[in-house]
Design a protein around this ligand. Structure first.
Ligand SMILES: Nc1ncnc2c1ncn2[C@@H]1O[C@H](COP(=O)(O)OP(=O)(O)OP(=O)(O)O)[C@@H](O)[C@H]1O
Ligand SMILES: Nc1ccn([C@@H]2O[C@H](COP(=O)(O)O)[C@@H](O)[C@H]2O)c(=O)n1
Length: 209
């Protein structure tokens, strides 16, 4: 079974994807990490994220980079959203994601274009959303827990800018696939959001049986 989980930054899609992977015994890929690894390489090598050729050169990163906690920071996330708009960067990361999705038994992938581009034939597609203010609150809390000294207003502005870039780019913009179930986590606890996701997966499985 392939489960595609898409949605904007800090909507809770990673939390839900990890929980679904555990529940159904499937491997999980956080595809945002791949774009973050490209961004981190661009930053480390002092390349220009706006230049497609520079970003493409950064796609050849070592797998070990994916474990670097630096990738999870907001600064890297912002640059990830810039490099991810280049079609040649997306093309360079496409096969890796498709191979992961296509492994025997299936997989859970979360990102922005899983249900639309990476795995358009996924058995189950979820689009996870929450209001920008609630997402900013969650991300701000998370950053503060991790020791970052950043204001809520700055986090909200970053989230809005990232939404804008991710949904307006020409190639593989973030959007809900026509056949994806919408899961609004704005007023759900983590447990309730995961429970709802499981219900949606079970409903989709039953409809396909
Ligand atoms: N339903 C929820 N209620 C409260 N907090 C939540 C909920 N879902 C997730 N969170 C928290 O919000 C933060 C962002 O969640 P998560 O990392 O799953 O989002 P994401 O959509 O994968 O973000 P990104 O695209 O930036 O990787 C985390 O600190 C997580 O614990
Ligand atoms: N399938 C995807 C996944 C991510 N992106 C881009 O990467 C940025 C960081 O992603 P996170 O999920 O780790 O926040 C994101 O803002 C997107 O620009 C993507 O394009 N496609």
């Amino acid at each position: 079974m392939i489960i595609a989980v898409d949605g904007p930054a800090a909507s809770g899609k990673g939390t839900i994807a990890r929980a679904l992977a555990k529940r159904y015994g499937l491997p999980h890929l956080d595809t945002g990490l791949l774009y973050r690894a490209v961004a981190a390489t661009v930053l480390r090598e002092e390349l220009d994220p706006e230049k497609e050729a520079d970003a493409v050169a950064a796609c050849d990163f070592p797998d070990s980079l994916l474990d670097d906690p630096w990738l999870r920071t907001d600064d890297v996330g912002k640059v990830a959203s810039v490099v991810s708009a280049h079609p040649l960067v997306r093309a360079s990361l496409l096969q890796r994601q498709r191979r992961f999705a296509g492994q025997p038994g299936g997989a859970v992938l979360d990102g922005r274009d899983i249900g639309t581009v990476i795995a358009p034939d996924a058995d189950v597609k979820l689009f996870v959303k929450a209001t920008p203010a609630i997402r900013a609150r969650r991300r701000h809390d998370e950053l503060r827990r991790n020791g970052a000294n950043v204001s809520y207003d700055r986090v909200l502005a970053d989230i809005r800018a990232r939404d804008e870039r991710d949904s307006r780019r020409a190639d593989a913009p973030m959007r809900q696939a026509d056949d994806a179930a919408l899961l609004d986590t704005s007023f759900l606890s983590i447990d309730a959001a995961v429970q709802r996701a499981v219900e949606l997966v079970e409903a989709r499985k039953a409809a396909q049986a």
